[in-house]
Design a protein around this ligand. Structure first.
Ligand SMILES: [Mg+2]
Length: 184
């Protein structure tokens, strides 16, 4: 079903709430991260302590990280990526698949070992799912955002309502594709 492409593989309560050991147990060690409202507040240069700590603990586990952002502000993106010590892709044009492919290329990643983490269903999750990647939805850090994003939140709310009705909203990651097919 088409809505499946909009449904994240997993839901997290926050970025810090993402269990890195669980991801590693799934064989994931490459992370493609959204910037705005996932790692930092929209248009802000400051990196929250919780973000810095979580990124550090991923790096301590030997994971590789790349920010893929639709922002056009390369100065801000590079400043944040530089301080975090991660790769970055500016103007990623999510949900198009190109940005995800570039991020994987930069990290030397393969699809089966890569996860996408972001706060927007229509860009991060839809794009990540289309690229065949494991996707994790986090709630936006702050209500302040781009007007276009505010509009897409309306569609997102409808999708979340639908997922909840279908029982797809558990915080537990869904089983691998093959298992799901057997159950259907
Ligand atoms: Mg975002």
């Amino acid at each position: 079903m088409i809505t499946r492409l909009f449904c994240p593989s997993a839901f997290a309560s926050s970025l810090s709430g993402i269990d890195l050991d669980d991801l590693r147990a799934r064989g994931i060690d490459f992370l493609i991260l959204d910037l705005d409202n996932t790692l930092a507040e929209w248009q802000r240069y400051e990196i929250p302590d919780a973000t810095a700590a979580w990124v550090k603990s991923a790096q301590d586990r030997g994971m590789k990280l790349c920010i893929a952002s639709n922002t056009r502000n390369s100065r801000r993106l590079e400043s944040i990526a530089g301080r975090l010590g991660v790769y970055s892709i500016c103007r990623a044009l999510k949900p198009r698949m190109r940005g995800f492919a570039l991020a994987m290329e930069l990290m030397g990643a393969v699809r089966a070992r890569t996860a996408v983490i972001g706060d927007q269903i229509l860009t991060d999750i839809f794009g990540g799912n289309r690229a065949g990647l494991y996707t994790i939805l986090v709630p936006p850090m702050h209500p302040r955002e781009f007007i276009g994003t505010k509009l897409s939140r309306i569609v997102e709310r409808l999708l979340l309502f639908w997922f909840r009705r279908k029982g797809l909203m558990g915080t537990k990651p869904k089983p691998p594709q093959s298992e799901r097919k057997e159950r259907a």
